[in-house]
Design a binder for this molecule. Sequence first.
Ligand SMILES: Cc1cc2nc3c(=O)[nH]c(=O)nc-3n(C[C@H](O)[C@H](O)[C@H](O)COP(=O)(O)O)c2cc1C
Length: 193
Amino acid sequence: MKIIAFLGSPREKGNSELLLNGVIKAVEDSGFAVQIFNLNKMNISPCQNCGGCEDTGVCVFEDDMAQIFTAIREADRIILASPIYFFGVSAQAKVMIDRCQCFWCEKYLLKRPIPEGPYGRKGLLLLVGGQKKEIGIQCADATAKAFFRTVSVPEHEVLSYLSIDAKGAIINHPTALRDAYEAGKKLVTLTQR
Ligand SMILES: Cc1cc2nc3c(=O)[nH]c(=O)nc-3n(C[C@H](O)[C@H](O)[C@H](O)COP(=O)(O)O)c2cc1C
């Protein structure tokens, strides 16, 4: 089973990363490896809406998205971890998501969705916000849902935490890291389909 993870926070050892580490630990304990993309450290240009992918489903830009396109295509499980920024996912996450417009063209214009492998395709969304307002979770999940469906992930679970602001404060949450571990276990557990 191929599992990939996107880290959308620029804060090293921040809350998103700590949550993601909980998920990764569970996946690794289950005998699988996770390919991690630390989006803040990657060279990814924003989508230019140039139309270059419309007839082919292939992005004409050449940067670090090349490795991400391949990984998304081959993945059985996709994890997206992001802080809430201005009621949405972080810019680091959004720039990657927008570049998946080529998958949108491939799926919806060319009618060629990414085929699923023997394990199906599933997603997991991890969100952390410093405020109490639920709207940040709702908006970020709407964006993530559009991303997941575009890359032919028909279902995703959401693990979200609010009122967690200081770097690393998630470790003081009574259940968050345990929740993350359990979500990781569930993500790679094969259910009868
Ligand atoms: C630019 C910026 C915008 C933010 N906007 C929001 C917001 O709209 N809603 C919210 O709940 N928290 C917001 N926060 C707080 C972060 O979501 C919070 O600090 C979170 O714990 C950061 O996670 P990280 O440690 O993984 O980076 C914002 C923080 C920054 C830096």
